[in-house]
Ligand binder design. Sequence first.
Ligand SMILES: Cc1ncc(COP(=O)(O)O)c(C=O)c1O
Length: 370
Amino acid sequence: VSVPASVRPPERLLCGPGPANVDPRVQEAMGRPILGYLDPDFVRMLDEAAEMLQAVFRRGDGLALPLSSTGTAAMEAGLAALLEPGDTIIVGVAGYFGARLCEIARRLGAALVEVSAPLGKAVPVEALLDAHRAHPDARALAVVHAETSTGVRQPIEELGAALQETETLLVVDCVTSLGGIEVEAEAWGIDYCYSCTQKCLGGVTGMAPVALSPRALERMRGRRSPAPFAFDFELLRRYWVERPPVYHHTVPAPSVYALHEALRLVLEEGLEARWRRHAKAGAALQAGLERLGLEILADEGARLPQLTAVKVPEGADGQAVRARLLAEHGIEVGGGLAGAPPLWRIGLMGANASEEVASRVLGALEGCLG
Ligand SMILES: Cc1ncc(COP(=O)(O)O)c(C=O)c1O
């Protein structure tokens, strides 16, 4: 076999559903020397990363750590740890990632109660609470906070308040929300909250921060059957939090460095300031899209600033426009996911959440439509 040339990825402006471009500090951090997973200098970084994660999740109690995994694996890890075969779970479905939660629950042998909403709308909290009244024995209720397939924000706070005194744990997908819009894992009563690093947190793909409440940890300890080994949160806690650390798996050092730097950037900026920056960038983009006569999929009051799903107008070829944006402008935007009408999904996440990036995307899109 002839050895190919070393990879030289082109520069892109990543304005799709993630990954997003990262700050040069994050890029540089990944190239630092690899350390062993029990090296005291490495362990100090783990401590700092876990502490910063508690702050970013706004969780003072329970457990926060990053899994060495994608967002999907964090979704699966949580359901696998919280549910046992035959347990009932209520899932709010307003798009592709809600449907993925259902698929994972089915594969785990859970009894699934699906509460759906049309694309572009959030799942009504009342409908979820009605389902809970009909299934008070449900062991978990899961929703997607920021549905990346539609650009819709799901209200969480009332759900958490209603489930606090029940046996039903609240699971929330914060993959696209954490670092971009308000997430209050503890105050909102979220029992298992998972995210990933390549979106609004401004890191690179490959780690999935999670935060667990004390009652989620208790549920895991009381299991009849053991949880999957690779995602056993008690074993992960012994490595990430207990000192001295006990080996569980070889944590990828470059990913930890990138996450550590990304979290430093988040906390230096301040969470509220970061949410405001995402809100401003998203508002500028959405106003510009409407000026171009384009229709945004999400209901006006339910729109995410960091991810906007726009309907491809009659007569335009959505795929061809995306190809031109990439080839002529170096800009990546997403298309629709299975089951959705033709869409462009435009993300302004992390380092890309600025009015300047919004106007670059708008200018390029206008050029490709004209
Ligand atoms: C809301 C949501 N959940 C889960 C995932 C899955 O994350 P990953 O692609 O890192 O597995 C994504 C990815 O885009 C997502 O947007």
